[in-house]
Every structure is written in structure tokens, then in C-alpha cells.
Design a protein around this ligand. Structure first.
Ligand code: MEV
Length: 355
């Protein structure tokens, strides 16, 4: 069997962060930075996993890895107990990544024997920046293993293939993170834009648009947990005010969802997007989750008529800036870099998993 390449994109939250915790809708989109896996089937029942970006190079005897029976699959978090001693990788992102692999490989073996494999995954996504690098990795794993096991109909291209890849990738994410919402792996699988509301399946939007954006990492460390708790405290103290802010953010996501699905021309889309990006940031700022570094990014880009909002939890982390047609993105990126920020120019709304 010939080697093959699998890739999957990272994600950015476009609208609705924080409000999504209260049952409001959020919109996420794929970025054009991707994780890439090179998979080479082998005939010797050995499994080698190489992740150069996080210092992993392990070789495992496929016959020694557990075949996960259906009952084991109910608790992906228990994979540590099942294979933990066998993988010999110290605690950290590398170990998490190997555990996710071992879990999905075990699931594959339950249905397709123990096919040998060398898999090398590299990623252009920064780790820990809220851009869904771990979900992109999980989707690459899922797609590579399902393809290896002959369980996909058409190289991941059919709706059934995607559903299967997404389901497996979600389990990989559960091994890595415990209780992920599922939005990151869904974006990495389906690409484009996606609507997400807690307790419902993520809904891919039949979007016809892709957006140029600048993603700026302020490099200010944040605690998502503390920021979410801060919003909760504000809401407890002022429910009559904060509930309206959360509803307004929901309205922004609803507007965005309609815009992404509309056949509006580029110019009109950009103008309306600019408005809701500005509004969403202002509302998040009112919730107390901005940061001076994020305001600095907003000021620098606003001076060039490029609106920005924080993306993700806020309190530092990343900002997202719309780049309207003809805007001086390179000059702005240079200005931001000169202030010590890391800037990525990307297109949001591109393709999902590809084999
Ligand atoms: C963090 O990326 C997004 C938040 O809405 C938290 C959450 O949804 O769990 C701030």
C-alpha cells in the first residue's frame, strides 16, 4: 500500500465566545494553517509515531497495544490506565498526543486487525494559542487510521466519511482534554464556518465566503477558567445588565450566520462584518475580558480601518482582525510584530480534512 498525506485545519472563534457558555450561539471558522500527517502502511506490525514539533518519536509493537473492546470506548479518559505504562513518554503535550493515538489505534484494531503504520505529523499551528492545534492533530489521526483500516468510502470526502472522522477525532480530543465541546474537531473536519450552540451538534454553514484575517497572538498568558468565572460573577451581580449583553452577542452570531450563508457581494459582506466585529469586541470588553495588549492591537489596526476583536477567552491570548480588500495587511502586521506580537495572516473558511 502506498503512503498517503492527510491534513486538517485549525480554527478561530469568530463570534460568540463567553456567551456560548450561557447557551448562546457561537460561530467558528477554519484557518488556513493546518496539521499534516504522512502515513506509510507497514507490513511488520510495528507502529511508529513521529511528532517532531513536540519531540515525540515512539515505536510500538502493534500486537502489544490493547484492542479496545466496545465497552472500553465509553471512557476515553481511562486510556492512561490502559496503555499509560507502555508508551514511555513523559507527561506533557507529547504524552497526551501519544495517548490519543494509542486510543484510536486500539479502536481501529478492534475492527481491522493490527495494521502496521509509520505516521509523522507536523503542524503549522502554534500550540496553546487557542487555534485548535490539538483538534487538527486529532482529525489527522482519525482520518489516517480510518483510511489505513479501509473504513472510509471516498478518501474522507463523503458526508458519512466526515461524520465518522469527526466522531473519532472527538474521542481523540476527549482523551486529550476530558470534556471538549466538540467545536474544534468539527471545524477541523468540516472546514468553512460552523455554528455552535451547547448541547446541540455543531452545524456546518453552507458558506460561500472566505475571509482574510490577521490573527495576532499577544503572548499574554490567560486563564480561560478565571475569565469564565469573572463573567459569571459579573452576571450574578448584575443579571439585568449582563443578560442583555449576552443576548446582544447571540444577535451578532445570528447576523454572522445569515451573512455567511448569503450571496451578498464581497463589499457589502465586509462592511457588515466590520460592524459586528467591532460590536462583539465592545461587548466582550464590557464583560471585562479584554486586556491592554488586546486594546493595543485594536487601536493599531483601527487606525488603518481594520476592525479587531479578541478571540477565545480574552484576557490576553489572540485577537482577530478583518482584512478588507486592499487593506495594508503587511504593513499592519509589521507594526504589530514591532510591538512584540506574533502575527499570522490567514484565510478563514477554507477546506476541512483532506486525504
Ligand atoms: C474559550 O475559547 C471560549 C469560551 O467561550 C469558553 C468556552 O466556551 O468554554 C470563553
Amino acid at each position: 500500500e502506498a503512503p498517503f498525506v492527510v491534513s486538517a485545519p485549525g480554527k478561530v472563534i469568530m463570534f460568540g465566545e463567553h456567551a456560548v457558555v450561557y447557551g448562546k450561539t457561537a460561530i467558528a471558522g477554519s484557518v488556513d494553517m493546518r496539521a499534516y500527517g504522512l502515513a506509510a502502511p507497514r507490513s511488520d506490525q510495528q507502529v511508529r509515531l513521529v511528532l517532531p514539533d513536540i519531540g515525540v518519536d515512539v515505536q510500538l509493537d502493534a500486537t502489544q497495544l490493547p484492542r479496545l473492546a466496545a465497552g472500553d470506548l465509553a471512557h476515553p479518559g481511562d486510556v492512561e490506565a490502559l496503555v499509560g505504562q507502555r508508551i514511555g513518554v513523559p507527561d506533557g503535550p507529547g504524552r497526551t498526543a501519544v495517548l490519543a493515538f494509542a486510543y484510536l489505534y486500539g479502536r481501529l484494531c478492534a475492527g481491522s486487525g493490527a495494521p502496521g503504520l509509520s505516521l509523522c505529523v507536523r503542524s503549522l499551528l502554534p500550540v496553546g494559542a487557542g487555534l485548535g492545534s490539538s483538534a487538527a492533530y486529532s482529525v489527522v489521526l482519525a482520518a489516517a487510521l480510518l483510511q489505513l483500516g479501509g473504513q472510509l468510502q471516498a478518501l474522507g470526502a463523503t458526508a458519512a466519511d466526515r461524520r465518522l472522522i469527526n466522531e473519532w477525532a472527538f474521542q481523540g480530543e476527549q482523551v486529550a482534554h476530558g470534556t471538549p465541546s466538540g467545536i474544534d474537531n468539527s471545524v477541523a473536519t468540516y472546514g468553512g464556518f460552523l455554528e455552535y450552540t451547547r448541547g446541540r451538534d455543531p452545524l456546518p454553514l453552507p458558506s460561500t465566503h472566505a475571509l482574510r484575517v490577521l490573527i495576532t497572538n499577544t503572548n499574554v498568558p490567560k486563564s480561560t477558567k478565571a475569565l469564565v468565572a469573572g463573567v459569571r460573577a459579573l452576571r450574578d451581580a448584575h443579571p439585568a445588565v449582563v443578560d442583555h449583553i449576552l443576548d446582544a452577542i447571540h444577535g451578532i452570531s445570528a447576523t454572522a450566520s445569515a451573512l455567511f450563508q448569503s450571496p451578498a457581494d464581497g463589499g457589502a459582506l465586509e462592511r457588515q462584518m466590520s460592524d459586528i466585529v467591532r460590536l462583539n469586541h465592545a461587548l466582550l470588553s464590557a464583560l471585562g475580558v479584554s486586556h491592554p495588549a488586546l486594546e493595543r492591537v485594536r487601536d493599531i489596526t483601527a487606525a488603518r480601518h481594520m476592525p479587531s476583536k479578541l478571540t477565545g477567552a480574552g484576557g490576553g491570548g489572540c485577537a482577530l482582525t478583518l482584512v478588507p480588500a486592499g487593506a495594508p495587511a503587511a504593513a499592519v502586521a509589521a507594526e504589530l510584530a514591532a510591538e512584540g506580537f506574533c502575527c499570522y495572516e490567514t484565510v478563514v473558511g477554507g477546506p476541512g480534512v483532506a486525504i
